[in-house]
Structure formats: structure tokens, C-alpha cells
Design a binder for this molecule. Structure first.
Ligand code: ING
Length: 314
């Protein structure tokens, strides 16, 4: 029995600072209804999908920062997404800013959740690779203060067995995570079949403006490589367009385990890119070229990493 999951990359255009969560949720519900009309099982929204990308600004007051965070999930503003999942029988990935009280203290993470067709949260991930800087750097055209506003994720890169039309093994990552090969390999070592990734990626990268012209190329390169080298589907979804004066890439894509891009958004607005993902295609790579049990040499890697190998000691 072929295991097909029909996935929609649900790209969002810009979200202004003044836009309310209710307005954004309305846009997301429209995309969910559209996805359902196209036979989708799963919708993937971007990173920090409920608000504007607030780490682009330096805030002094914690209450200003915390206005961008969700204290409960679902909460009053997001319950409608969970209700739609149940009524439409349509799962979703949602990126949001999580404010949690754990171990008697307040924690703040850049988080994503995976919600199944019954509206149940079946997976949670907290962003590990936080790019940018922790202190105000006025020389920049805009800030990138994720290291100031979020803690490094403490859940690892877990994979989840879940069902969206067909049962499979799903993993999540967020934005900068997709640039690091470890993200894909740690999930690949858990036999992942679909990796879901939301992102907010400015075209301009202040520390390396010479890379700006390659922002689409790098976006596709990392997800195509991660998919192929781990025999998994990868879905990358943008918050796109000119958001509060910062141009963010669109380029949302669905990548097959072959590394081929099989669906792509072509605008920088609210748009679906839809693909029928055959999860059994993963085996064509996991059982041959990337048969980890047969071809990987972890003992060799450990030796080199522990400086017993080719790298000369300091
Ligand atoms: N954004 C960007 C990303 O990794 C970035 C930051 C842009 C890093 C360009 C390097 C180059 O896509 C987030 N939110 O991680």
C-alpha cells in the first residue's frame, strides 16, 4: 500500500507589526481551506507565523518583547486553527514564539508544533541554531536579535511517528537550522521521512552582503542536500515579501528524497505549493546509497572528532 501524504507549503506574505493575531489567523484559515480543496493532508506554515519577525528590532522593555509571545497553545487567538484541523481533517505545522513557565522560571523559545488531523499536538520542537547576535548592533540596517530574545532549544531534534493520510516519521526544524547538516543527519538517524521547516530569511545578511545575491540558491541548496543525503522529503516555507521594510525571500519549496524540487511558490505573498509526497520513495535512498548501517563509519568520525584522526592536534 503506497503511503501518500499530500502536503501544502503554506507561504505567508508580510505580517506588519500592527496586524493582529486574529487577522493573521484568518489568512491562515483561508490557506487551510484552499489546501483542503486541493486534497491536502498537511499544511506547513512559516517560522514565527503569528506575528511580524520581531527579532529585527531592539527592544528595551521585556513587556514589549513578550507581546510577541504565546503563553498557551492553543490559546484564545489560535484555537480556531485547531478547530479547523479537526473540521477539515487537515494537520498543520505552526511556528510561533513560546513563553513557558518551566521549573519555576520563565522560558522563551522559537518553537514549532505538529498538529494532526484530530487537532492534537503530536510533536514539538524548539529552535537550536539561533543566528544573529545578542546585543544591539546599530551598524546593521536591521537587527537579528534571536540570541537575545530566545533560549537555545532544549528538546533536541526529535522525530515523531504520526499519520496524515498515511503514517510516517516526521521531523521539524526552524529557519537557520536548515543551514546545518547536523539538523538533517540527526533526524536521518531516526529514519525520518518528512522534515518540516518554517523560515523568515532576509535577502540581506548584514555580516556578509556578498552572499545576498545567492540567498535563493543557498535556501534551495541546503534543503536539497539535506533531503538527498538522508533520503527524506523536506518542506521549506517562508514568511516572505517586504515586511516592515525588510525584504524576505519567498522560494518556499517541497523537495523529494531524490533532492529534486517538486513544488515551489513563485510569489512573495500568501501562496500554496502542493505536492503528493510518496513516503515509500524514501526507501529508494535509505536502502541503497544512504544505507547508514552498511556505509556509514561512525567509529571513524568519532576518532577524528576526538582528535585521534587526520586533524593534527592543536
Ligand atoms: N533567519 C535567517 C536564516 O538562517 C540568516 C538568518 C539569513 C542567516 C541569511 C544566514 C544568511 O535563514 C533566521 N530566522 O534564522
Amino acid at each position: 500500500m503506497t503511503r501518500i501524504v499530500t502536503v501544502a507549503a503554506a507561504q505567508l506574505g508580510p505580517i506588519a507589526r500592527k496586524d493582529t493575531r486574529a487577522q493573521v489567523v484568518e489568512r491562515m484559515l483561508a490557506l487551510m481551506r484552499q489546501a483542503k480543496s486541493h486534497g491536502c493532508d498537511l499544511v506547513v506554515f512559516p517560522e514565527l507565523a503569528l506575528t511580524t519577525f520581531f527579532p529585527r528590532w531592539y527592544f528595551e522593555r521585556q513587556e514589549e518583547i513578550d507581546a510577541f509571545f504565546e503563553r498557551e497553545m492553543p490559546g484564545p487567538e489560535t484555537q480556531r486553527l485547531f478547530d479547523a484541523a479537526r473540521s477539515l481533517e487537515l494537520g498543520f505545522y505552526l511556528g510561533y514564539a513560546e513563553l513557558a513557565n518551566e521549573g519555576g522560571r520563565t522560558r522563551r523559545f522559537n518553537t514549532s508544533i505538529l498538529v494532526d488531523k484530530t487537532g492534537r499536538i503530536v510533536g514539538k520542537y524548539r529552535k537550536i541554531h539561533l543566528p544573529g547576535h545578542a546585543e544591539h548592533e546599530p551598524w546593521r540596517r536591521f537587527q537579528h536579535l534571536e540570541k537575545r530574545y530566545f533560549e537555545v532549544g532544549d528538546l533536541g531534534f526529535p522525530a515523531f511517528r504520526a499519520s496524515f493520510g498515511a503514517e510516517g516519521i516526521f521531523g521539524m526544524a526552524i529557519c537557520n537550522d536548515r543551514r546545518w547538516s547536523e539538523t538533517y543527519r540527526i533526524l536521518g538517524l531516526q529514519a525520518v521521512e518528512v522534515i518540516l521547516i518554517g523560515y523568515n530569511t532576509p535577502v540581506h545578511n548584514p555580516p556578509a552582503p556578498e552572499h545576498d545575491a545567492l540567498s535563493h540558491f543557498h535556501n534551495e541548496l541546503v534543503m536539497q542536500a539535506g533531503a538527498y543525503q538522508n533520503g527524506t522529503w523536506v518542506v521549506g516555507v517562508a514568511k516572505a515579501g517586504n515586511e516592515e521594510g525588510v525584504e524576505q525571500i519567498g522560494n518556499s519549496i517541497v523537495v523529494a528524497p531524490s533532492g529534486e524540487i517538486v513544488a515551489a511558490c513563485t510569489t512573495t505573498g500568501d501562496e500554496l505549493a502542493i505536492a503528493r509526497c510518496d513516503l515509500d520513495l524514501c526507501a529508494s535512498y535509505k536502502n541503497t546509497t544512504f544505507n547508514f548501517a552498511r556505509h556509514r563509519e561512525p567509529a571513524q568520525y568519532r576518532m577524528i572528532v576526538e582528535r585521534k584522526g587526520a586533524i593534527p592536534p592543536d
